[in-house]
Design a protein around this ligand. Structure first.
Ligand SMILES: [Fe+2]
Ligand SMILES: [Fe+2]
Length: 143
């Protein structure tokens, strides 16, 4: 059965797949493929970030009383990710390969570090502290 850590971690891996596919397509100047993979990535990523910001983080904050702790750091990193994604969308529409790949390296590092913190700390703590983790996971899935 899914738990918050297993379900959310699978989403990270899923986003990684379309992100890497976009990078490969851009490297090969396959712009049609790059556009379609980028659109999958940005849609899935934005949905994931919103699930965290509107359901998971508030549930964590309510259950632990920690409103200025890890969730604030995660929200700030989401803002950095969104900024990079916006710049990359522009680079992609300009078919600027060097700019896109430079930014994608930065976003990849940021996402890896961010996801590791969530997978190793925030998701397990959320699962452990919520009075009804299964119900919160249902809300996430229905989002
Ligand atoms: Fe996150
Ligand atoms: Fe996440």
């Amino acid at each position: 059965m899914d738990t918050i850590p297993t379900f959310m971690t699978a989403q990270h891996r899923h986003c990684d797949d379309s992100f890497i596919a976009t990078e490969s397509a851009v490297s090969a100047s396959n712009w049609i493929q790059a556009d379609s993979q980028w659109s999958v990535f940005t849609t899935d990523l934005e949905c994931h970030l919103q699930q965290e910001e509107t359901i998971l983080f508030p549930a964590f904050e309510q259950a632990t009383g920690m409103t200025m702790g890890p969730t604030q750091v995660m929200r700030a990193e989401h803002a950095q990710m969104r900024q990079l994604v916006a710049e990359m969308t522009q680079a992609l529409s300009a078919q600027n390969k060097d700019q896109f790949l430079g930014l994608s390296e930065t976003l990849m590092i940021l996402m890896q570090q961010h996801n590791m913190k969530e997978e190793q700390m925030l998701y397990p703590m959320t699962q452990a502290h919520l009075p009804d983790a299964a119900a919160v996971l249902q809300q996430v899935k229905a989002y």
